[in-house]
Design a protein around this ligand. Structure first.
Ligand SMILES: [Zn+2]
Length: 585
């Protein structure tokens, strides 16, 4: 608590005896002065502070302000509070010296309790009542100190973002283009031209990046038989004689290696004809840009200590039908790997559309809402299909997290959340993951240029076709890499998401959430997120102590809830959406 010490210690005792937001909400704690009125009063006081109207104040509001401005506000608030405390303590001392009014300290304490219960104080005069009420509201804010900390940026993440270099990204993209074609079924063994040479070069670059990881990053090929994923093209692929192609993956091991976060770009490319393996297919934007993002991320993040492992995946054969990422997703599923997040970067070169327009400070973030399931869908996806909200799924939560991290770490580069799996009529490498019930999102530039994508390199009537590097905005690609770094590290350096988060299935006007309390000693509390059913993003939050239950005096018909685990430094996990549940026995 960032309070200056008041003159009167007894007053300080009274003030600090006010429950924190956490104990206010903790209904299982018998020692808290809990009554429905208490909780309701505490909550509405919190609302007065500004959580009520997300258009005025809320998560995104606070984050737009940025950590520094928030700190300034916090300091201002503390100064205001110390003035109030001073006024109160002077008043208190005066009352104490007043022989006609003995025992005022006790009365003051009772008044604080009465305030909490929602009753007006008996002994305080009107100005004092107003002052106390304001003070109480401010106290709630300051006592939930995680809120202030949560707005601070993690210096390790800030440093990693600074290491991302547009010049290196440009070199990588130009080098990728220099392999002529990177068609997934082009030459596998030509040392200079084709996807084989490109894959080997990527591996050597990732190995250089691994040198900064103190042995935590390992780099390998991830080979597979393309015929296994070719479906109705199996015969054709068999006839083309390429029976092994490979993803290239750098794995940065975290201190909790059973948690995995994946970032990808596809390093294969194509020209106008899908099965043309010899013509030039520069693929500078699609997806040299995404590949360069992944490579630069491996370099920038290699020195960073994380809890979750991060896999930097340059996958192949996206253009033939997402084969490389399908192989990777299948590997994760078959090996029971907990993929907490999967982010694919595809066409992130910051192109101008054919009219010359670009939006170079916007990144589109695609995410699927509540998925639809078929009888043969993966069980995880089937469970998600029953979630009681159209706009909630693990992928959607990951998209919201990414937007939030961008607002915190790359305030000049704005997320544009797109609530659909992918672009119209198109697919991407996050899809195989979402089909297996893993959270997956796609990042793409706002203005695509279709004269460049999937085109033979040529000039027609003065118009240049083909995916050439000169059309790429390398500074934009670097911004995309920073957005990735913020999202990846924001999740990977935070605790594991809470488990077993349930919203008590009971027909009441309040909402009780309970969950499995973590045994992770680094977790110091939880954060409740709320939004109205029509809101796209979490608009309110409430920091809680290390409890396993909270009752909110709001109807679960009208609100949606999620929970984050928060560590001592204020790093918050990916949110876990609260599903209906019955209380444990
Ligand atoms: Zn692509």
């Amino acid at each position: 608590m960032l309070l200056e010490k008041p003159a009167d210690p007894s007053l300080m005792r009274t003030l600090t005896s006010l429950p924190t937001a956490g104990t206010l909400a903790k209904s299982r704690n018998p020692s808290s002065s809990k009554s429905p009125a208490t909780t309701a009063r505490g909550w509405s006081a919190e609302r007065t502070k500004g959580w009520a109207d997300p258009s005025e104040i809320g998560v995104s509001w606070a984050e737009r302000l940025g950590a520094q401005r928030m700190t300034r506000m916090q300091n201002g608030k503390n100064r205001f509070m110390s003035h109030l405390l001073e006024a109160l303590s002077t008043r208190s001392a005066r009352c104490r010296n007043d022989t006609r009014n003995p025992g005022v300290e006790g009365e003051l304490g009772k008044d604080a309790d009465r305030l909490l219960r929602g009753s007006p104080p008996r002994t305080l005069e009107i100005p004092m009542r107003i002052a106390s009420l304001i003070l109480f509201v401010l106290m709630l804010g300051d006592l939930s100190s995680l809120t202030a900390q949560s707005l601070a940026r993690d210096p390790e993440i800030v440093a990693a973002l600074k290491r991302i270099d547009a010049g290196r990204i440009e070199k990588d993209i130009r080098k990728l283009v220099s392999f002529g074609t990177r068609h997934a079924l082009s030459s596998q063994d030509d040392p200079d031209r084709g996807v084989g040479a490109a894959g080997s070069w990527i591996k050597s670059e990732l190995e250089k990046a691994a040198a900064a990881s103190e042995g935590r990053m390992t780099v390998s090929f991830d080979p597979f038989d393309p015929r296994d994923f070719a479906g109705r093209d199996r015969e054709r692929v068999d006839g083309m004689g390429v029976h092994e192609i490979r993803n290239v993956i750098a794995k940065l091991e975290g201190s909790e290696p059973d948690r995995v976060i994946i970032v990808s770009g596809h390093y294969d490319s194509r020209c106008g004809q899908r099965w043309d393996v010899t013509s030039d297919a520069p693929g500078a934007n699609d997806d040299g840009s995404g590949t360069a993002v992944v490579m630069e991320l491996a370099r920038a993040l290699a020195p960073v200590k994380t809890r979750a492992s991060i896999w930097f995946a340059c996958v192949t054969a996206e253009e033939e039908g997402l084969w490389g990422s399908s192989h990777l997703a299948k590997f994760c599923d078959e090996n029971d790997i907990v993929v907490e997040a999967m982010i694919t970067n595809d066409i992130v070169g910051g192109a101008k559309d054919k009219n010359g327009f670009s939006e170079d400070h916007v990144l589109r973030v695609f995410s699927e809402g509540r998925p639809q399931a078929r009888p043969d869908s993966h069980p995880r996806r089937k469970r998600q299909a029953r979630w009681p909200s159209e706009s909630d799924s693990p992928s959607r939560e990951l998209a919201r997290h990414t937007a939030r991290m961008m607002e915190l770490y790359t305030p000049d580069f704005r997320p544009r959340l797109i609530f659909r799996l992918d672009r119209y009529l198109r697919g991407g490498d996050h899809r195989p993951f979402t089909l297996l019930g893993y959270p997956g999102i796609r990042l793409t530039e706002p203005k695509e240029n279709y004269l460049q994508q999937h085109q033979d390199v040529r000039k027609e009537k003065g118009v240049q076709y083909g995916d050439l590097p000169d059309e790429v905005d390398f500074a934009y690609v670097a911004r995309v890499a920073r957005a990735n770094a913020a999202s990846l590290l924001g999740a990977a350096r935070a605790p594991r998401p809470p488990r077993g988060v349930r919203l008590l299935a009971a027909l009441t006007n309040e909402s009780t959430l309970f969950w499995k309390k973590t045994d992770d000693p680094s977790v110091k509390g939880y954060r409740l997120l709320m939004r109205r059913t029509t809101e796209p993003r979490w608009s309110r939050r409430q920091d809680l102590a290390l409890v396993d239950e909270v009752t909110v005096p709001e109807s679960k018909d009208d609100w949606l809830f999620a929970l984050q685990a928060v560590d001592a430094e204020g790093r918050a996990s990916l949110p876990t959406f609260a599903l209906p549940g019955r209380r444990r026995r």
